[in-house]
Write a protein that binds this ligand. Structure first.
Ligand code: HEC
Ligand code: HEC
Ligand code: HEC
Ligand code: HEC
Ligand code: HEC
Ligand code: HEC
Ligand code: HEC
Length: 352
């Protein structure tokens, strides 16, 4: 994973946009920035006051190469009601740093390292460095698959600590959890009510926001069959987008195929997808991981429930479906009519 958090004095290239260009949103200069967060979708900037950091009210949108305001609005994140409507009163310690550093200590407000370091996934490593042995380090592949997934879900989820406030402050990360423990002793995934759309969820329960891969994945059949986040991703880094073990078009076929018990159950891949091989509409991710979860403005990341969201679900519950999400000139009725002709697919599931 990339180094999201960087001190611009140490890494002068960390700040992507040109701060000297006139823009009413930029109320700060390079010298005011103690920390920069983000390098892929969005970048945010932090001021140090005492031993806390606070976000400036502007963020850089990488996709559109433009500034946008940054101020978490009322009625969005659950914690907003507990903090004043002023970024300079919203410290990163309780609200961000547990997920963007290793060993954030809530008493001393210190970290052993910024960013997602080894110990965040492998547990304390001091003894292991002194006397390397299998018994004094957490290897996620040797944990049971639920605890292994918890390691990723601790950061890739929307939720709240079971105990809050903690010493008078509301935290937005699983204080006390570390790799190898059970995350649900510390953390509750954000609840959703079926039929109700919220800041975090669509009305059918699919995530609506970024950083919800964990909330989504626990809903999937693959999760219940012992697949883990690292069945598909290698977090130590790969040459593929999103640190995938193989490019997305190849990845799924490592375990899936028409002769595989895992499905898809069809005579050929093309008879399953009803799109030509090589067509963007024939990629597994096109229908099973649509880009519908908002990270900034209209920039979306992929869902991780892996389920096919039917066009009718868009009609009744407003969750976007992959068919008309891509065929933007077509109607839900059109998509349903197509799906009803797809042999082997239940019209009751996909077109009703
Ligand atoms: C974001 C979580 C995460 C971080 C950070 C991380 N690892 Fe891992 N590591 C894993 C997972 C998951 C596995 C098991 C699956 C795999 O090999 O990818 C693993 C496996 C390993 C293995 C065993 C490989 C094998 O062949 O058995 C070693 C060694 C390792 N990591 C070292 C490191 C070191 C050193 C760092 C820091 C530089 C680090 N890891 C950072 C999650 C992480
Ligand atoms: C300490 C918090 C933390 C943990 C634990 C963690 N992640 Fe992440 N992850 C992040 C952050 C922060 C980023 C954003 C990195 C960036 O901006 O490039 C990220 C990015 C990613 C990305 C996207 C990379 C890209 O270039 O698009 C993947 C995939 C990912 N993580 C998978 C995992 C998996 C799998 C695990 C468990 C083995 C895991 N993460 C554990 C915090 C975490
Ligand atoms: C529960 C863990 C968690 C908390 C709390 C958290 N983050 Fe993150 N953050 C992540 C993960 C995981 C990612 C990467 C994956 C994603 O965005 O879906 C990320 C991504 C980001 C990115 C975008 C990185 C990029 O390269 O585009 C920024 C900026 C960021 N976080 C800032 C913050 C700020 C500021 C706060 C506090 C207000 C915060 N985060 C709180 C886990 C967390
Ligand atoms: C079955 C394979 C698979 C599993 C399991 C899986 N992912 Fe992914 N993930 C993908 C694919 C495919 C992409 C899309 C990459 C692309 O668009 O090029 C992706 C994208 C991402 C991204 C980048 C955001 C985006 O949409 O571009 C993050 C972060 C991520 N996954 C984290 C996780 C975490 C955390 C888990 C476990 C809770 C997980 N993934 C489980 C296949 C998987
Ligand atoms: C490491 C192996 C593995 C990989 C990689 C993998 N899958 Fe799966 N997948 C499974 C298993 C196992 C099942 C459960 C099959 C069963 O029990 O019927 C499954 C089930 C599914 C299902 C059916 C779930 C349902 O709701 O009925 C879908 C859809 C799916 N996978 C999509 C994908 C996509 C898309 C990718 C690539 C991004 C992918 N899988 C990659 C192993 C994998
Ligand atoms: C054009 C859309 C589309 C594409 C592309 C697509 N699927 Fe599907 N897939 C569906 C639909 C529709 C269903 C049925 C969902 C249901 O019944 O709820 C389905 C169901 C499945 C199932 C469970 C049922 C079964 O037949 O086993 C698996 C597994 C699956 N797909 C895997 C894949 C894989 C792997 C790929 C990439 C090779 C892929 N799909 C590409 C639309 C698609
Ligand atoms: C990621 C984009 C994408 C997604 C998602 C997608 N398609 Fe397509 N679709 C295409 C492209 C590109 C073509 C033209 C090339 C081809 O035939 O594969 C196409 C062609 C078609 C055609 C034949 C051409 C025509 O207009 O007569 C039909 C019918 C169709 N798609 C239906 C669907 C349905 C139904 C779904 C949802 C299950 C779906 N598509 C999902 C991109 C997509």
């Amino acid at each position: 994973m990339a180094n999201v958090v960087r001190d611009p004095k140490e890494f002068p290239d960390a700040i992507t946009p040109d701060l000297t260009q006139k823009n009413p949103l930029i109320t700060f200069t390079k010298n005011d920035i103690a920390f920069v967060y983000g390098s892929k979708w969005k970048q945010r900037y932090f001021k140090k006051i005492g031993d806390d950091y606070y976000p400036f009210p502007a963020q850089w949108d990488f996709t559109h190469k433009m500034w946008r305001p940054y101020m978490v609005a009322p009625g969005t994140d659950w914690w907003v009601q507990y903090y004043p409507a002023d970024n300079m009163k919203r410290p990163t310690g309780p609200l961000c740093d547990g997920c963007h550093s290793v060993n954030y200590d809530i008493q001393t407000k210190t970290v052993t390292e910024w960013n997602v370091g080894c110990e965040k996934c492998h547990g304390p490593g001091g003894d292991h460095v002194r006397t390397p042995s299998r018994s004094n380090i957490v290897n996620p592949t040797r944990l049971d698959t639920l605890e292994a997934n918890d390691i990723c879900i601790q950061c890739h989820s929307q939720g709240r600590p079971l105990k809050n406030p903690i010493e008078g402050k509301y935290y937005d990360w699983p204080v006390g959890y570390r790799a190898g423990l059970k995350l649900d002793d510390y953390w509750q995934l954000e609840e959703h009510k079926l039929g109700e759309a919220s800041f975090t969820h669509f009305a059918d329960g699919t995530a609506h926001k970024n950083r919800m891969q964990g909330n989504d994945f626990v809903e999937s059949v693959m999760y219940t069959r012992g697949i883990t986040c690292f069945s598909c991703h290698d977090v130590h880094g790969t040459a593929n987008n999103a640190d995938l073990l193989k490019p997305a078009s190849v990845m799924c076929l490592e375990c899936h195929g028409t002769n595989s018990p895992n499905g898809p159950h069809a005579a050929s891949i093309e008879t399953h997808t009803h799109h030509k091989a090589g067509s963007s509409g024939g990629e597994c991710v096109a229908c099973h991981m649509p880009q519908i979860e908002q990270t900034i403005a209209d920039v979306m990341v992929r869902s991780h429930t892996f389920k096919f969201i039917s066009p009718s679900t868009t009609g009744s519950l407003k969750t976007p479906n992959p068919c008309t999400g891509c065929h933007t000139d077509k109607s839900i009725q059109w998509a349903n009519d197509q799906l009803k002709t797809w042999k082997g697919r239940s019209p009751w599931r996909v077109a009703n």
